[in-house]
Write a protein that binds this ligand. Structure first.
Ligand code: FAD
Length: 327
């Protein structure tokens, strides 16, 4: 019997877990825009302390494990293959039992029996079911100089870079837990830190108390970043706040202003919330028939490796049952 085709988009923990669960039941294909699997794991420069069944492995080592697991699984993989558009079935299929708690979008367009993903490489990949597992990326400041000074003074990770930054003048941008934690990590290694946020602090009380008690951290609320300045490397940041616009010298800038879901490519085809996360039910079903979502892209209650992995497994199981498989 021909196996149903499952197209998984995104090879982070959710997509890889889905691929491993799918291998015996589906003709599964996993695509990712990156050249290797791992997703956000590749940016974790410590051993996640809350991940069961693994200890003392940082994110790169965990990503390496996923690459070996995929190799052994026999699941077809395509890296360097970005999904550019999703075309869901535009008409209700006769006899379809598909239902989710999410109201369908009226997408119009060509009636398709199966969903289709168009890739940036110019292909159209059709499947019986599509699983979206495209995760998150860091939000950027979107100011002049940000791209120029990327890795030349601009960083998103204090935990990775703090040894190199020890004793320096560093500006941290953001008012949430990530920014506060970064400021504290840098203060621990002797940095003088300016913590800049555009409104008021949102970090948890414990972080706020520790920052308030740390003399080497200066707080600057209600202040916006306007530009990053320098010659070969970042040397100053242009800020605008209640006292006007001014340039503040620094040797590094850490940007911690949250994350955005990677859903631009599919947001016209499935319902998303106001921040762009995919709306799905507990089985991972989206507003579009035969399209599931798993991991961070579906705004889980907890953004965590274990949650992403389990949601990938659940979505595959539901897709399997939906397409007529038995447990
Ligand atoms: C610095 C940091 C520290 C963290 N620490 C922990 C921790 O200690 N414990 C913990 O449990 N979790 C931690 N996390 C969170 C954890 O890494 C995420 O919850 C998890 O990686 C989410 O997995 P995912 O598969 O949903 O998405 P992601 O890991 O974001 O993977 C998504 C994949 O989709 C691909 N993709 C995106 N768009 C497209 C497209 N258009 N076409 C094709 N492919 C695409 C990406 O290249 C990526 O490979 C941390 C995250 C970060 C960044």
């Amino acid at each position: 019997m021909t196996k149903p085709r499952l197209l998984i988009v995104g090879a982070g923990p959710a997509g890889v877990s889905a691929a491993l669960w799918a291998r015996d039941r589906f003709d599964a294909v996993l695509i990712d825009r990156d050249e290797r699997p791992g997703g956000q794991l590749l940016g974790i420069h410590f051993a996640p302390p809350d991940l069961a069944v693994s200890e003392n492995r940082d994110g790169a080592a965990l990503a390496g494990i996923t690459a070996r697991q995929l190799d052994r699984s026999g699941v077809a993989t395509r890296f360097g293959c970005p999904a550019a558009a999703l075309e869901p079935p535009a008409v209700a299929e006769a006899g379809s039992t598909f239902e989710s708690g999410i109201e369908p979008l009226r997408t119009g367009g060509i009636p398709l029996a199966r969903p289709r993903v168009r890739t940036g490489n110019g292909e159209a990949l059709e499947a019986d079911a599509v699983l979206i597992a495209t995760g998150l990326r860091r939000r950027k400041l979107a100011v002049p100089g940000e791209d120029t000074f990327e890795s030349r003074g601009v960083s998103t990770s204090a935990s990775r870079d703090r040894r190199a930054l020890a004793g320096r003048d560093v500006i941290v941008i953001g008012g949430g837990d990530g920014a506060y934690e970064s400021a504290l990590l840098l203060a621990e290694v002797g940095c003088r830190v300016l913590l800049v946020m555009r409104s008021r602090p949102r970090a948890r009380r414990g972080f706020r108390a520790r920052v308030a008690a740390e003399p080497s951290i200066e707080l600057m609320p209600k202040t916006h970043v306007r530009a990053l300045l320098g010659a070969d490397r970042l040397s100053a940041v242009r800020l605008e706040g209640p006292h006007g616009t001014f340039d503040r010298e620094c040797e590094a800038l850490i940007v911690k202003i949250g994350a955005v879901p990677n859903t631009e490519w599919c947001a016209a085809a499935v319902r998303t919330d106001r921040d762009g996360f995919i709306r799905s039910d507990r089985r991972g079903r989206t507003s579009a028939a035969r399209v599931w979502a798993a991991g961070d892209v579906a705004r889980p209650a907890l953004f965590a490796i274990s949650v992403a992995e389990s949601s990938g497994a659940l979505a595959v199981q539901d897709a399997w049952l939906e397409l007529g498989g038995t447990t």
